[in-house]
Design a protein around this ligand. Structure first.
Ligand SMILES: [Zn+2]
Length: 224
């Protein structure tokens, strides 16, 4: 099921400063699964690298922010995580593993800056993505809605894995579609953020003009 693209929100408003870092990251990916990969900030710059997905609460906050779950579901999963911290830690681990599988597949599809073109996807990424897909499918039930067949997750079966399984479905929608050819990785040195290039001629180079675009332009201006 295609989801609406997420509007970029670039500035951190003063009233949002108390939020966890994962809720203060700009959303520039254009798709939930790409913003999920981008929860590692400066992925390709070892001196600036910052992971904002550290606790199960971060995963919930991110899923709520992207409207993958609603406030009621967030409260229920939060209580479930408090009652079963080990289960929450395992779900977080699976979410982080899925994020890295997605990131690696995106590397292959879009090509990180400087990597050779035309590489094939790694078999371990394909196997892991397949495993995540199977887990997402296992909780789905076929329904008949408005004259057509649809597949709906049974939320109660997904438990603490619910937030990242929503991201598996978003990634599947995107990676299996023609839009996959529009996935890019920011050309700015060290950034590593992924985004969907929806520009007319498909020539967008930066995760965001206001972030990397302006900085890279200023850099070039200085070295001239
Ligand atoms: Zn960037």
């Amino acid at each position: 099921m295609p989801r609406k693209p997420v509007k970029p929100s670039l500035l951190v408003k003063a009233e949002n400063r108390h939020l966890p870092p994962i809720c203060r990251l700009p959303l520039t990916g254009g798709r939930a699964c790409l913003d999920f990969v981008n929860t590692i900030d400066w992925r390709l710059a070892p001196d600036r690298f910052r992971d904002t997905l550290l606790e199960y609460a971060d995963l919930l906050a991110f899923a709520l922010r992207l409207k993958l779950i609603d406030a009621e579901e967030e409260a229920r999963l939060s209580a479930e995580a408090r009652a079963d911290p080990e289960g929450a830690a395992r779900a977080l681990h699976r979410a982080r593993d899925f994020r890295e599988t997605c990131s690696s597949l995106i590397d292959t599809i879009a090509g990180r800056p400087g990597s050779p073109p035309g590489l094939a996807a790694r078999s371990e990424d394909l196997a892991q993505f397949g495993g995540a897909r199977r887990q997402a499918r296992s909780s789905e039930r076929l329904c008949w809605e408005e004259g057509r067949l649809v597949s709906r997750p049974q939320v109660e079966l997904e438990g603490l894995d619910r937030p990242w399984l929503c991201l598996v479905r978003d990634a599947e929608d995107l990676l299996f579609s023609a839009l996959a050819s529009r996935i890019r990785v920011c050309a700015a040195e060290g950034c590593g953020w992924a985004y969907l290039d929806t520009s007319k001629n498909g020539s967008r180079r930066w995760c965001s003009m206001r972030l990397c675009g302006n900085r890279e332009k200023a850099k070039r201006f200085k070295t001239k």
